[in-house]
Ligand binder design. Sequence first.
Ligand SMILES: NC(=O)c1ccc[n+]([C@@H]2O[C@H](COP(=O)([O-])OP(=O)(O)OC[C@H]3O[C@@H](n4cnc5c(N)ncnc54)[C@H](O)[C@@H]3O)[C@@H](O)[C@H]2O)c1
Length: 250
Amino acid sequence: MNKIDLEGRVVAITGGARGIGYAVAQRALNSGASVALWDVDAERLARSQRELGELGKVSAVTVDLTQEAAVAQAVEQTVAGHGAIDVLINCAGITGGNGATWELDPDVWRRVIDVNLIGPYLTCRAVVPQMLKQGYGRIVNIASVAGKEGNPNASHYSASKAGLIGLTKSLGKELATRNILVNAVAPAAAKTEIFDSMSQQHIDYMLSKIPMNRFLLPEEAASLILWLSSEDCAFSTGSVFDLSGGRATY
Ligand SMILES: NC(=O)c1ccc[n+]([C@@H]2O[C@H](COP(=O)([O-])OP(=O)(O)OC[C@H]3O[C@@H](n4cnc5c(N)ncnc54)[C@H](O)[C@@H]3O)[C@@H](O)[C@H]2O)c1
């Protein structure tokens, strides 16, 4: 495994209590960073903080990322505890289940947009001023191949991730001369607990679209996400990086 240099960096990870976010936290700690986990699941967060704490400094904030005031408080708490936020990984997300567009409940549709798109907007909005003060930052948004292609029976999810790609491109350009780089990754399916909220038919559909004929591993996602979070990533911003086992064609 290559060594990613994050020595002394502070990495805030939304959705860090489990799944891809947890794998990112693990690799970040093994790369010399300290980590702040922001997640709505207090119980899982406490367990993950305990486990990951064996690898380095880990703080945890219980926060619903759709709540503006709570996000501001998470930033404040993290800066007070770690002295900075060098890297923001927007990993929290939900699927909202599967169904044809006209059959999905409007409240569920709105909640998916709220968590997957408004949440990252709020965290970026709250963290960027801190990064501007520091004169350094890296932001990585976890989008999805669904945002590029549009998965059937997941219009809410696909639309939220397409929106997140748009946010990444705009913010990347706004900050391009400020040493704050903003990129997104577009994973295909990784077998995490997020699968519990999808139909088997949908999971089979996603696998059938991956030329490598297997699911992405969270550790494989962490490798690219953390390279994009490092100083080695120096001339890429407002960009979307494929993690789709060959599925994405653009
Ligand atoms: N696993 C996949 O197949 C896959 C594929 C493409 C993209 N993604 C994206 O990767 C990211 C991580 O996915 P995962 O598979 O690790 O999912 P996961 O369900 O295992 O983890 C998501 C985490 O986000 C947290 N979360 C959800 N809503 C929140 C909120 N309002 N505020 C704070 N935290 C909240 C959850 O508590 C959970 O810990 C998501 O954005 C997902 O859309 C996943």
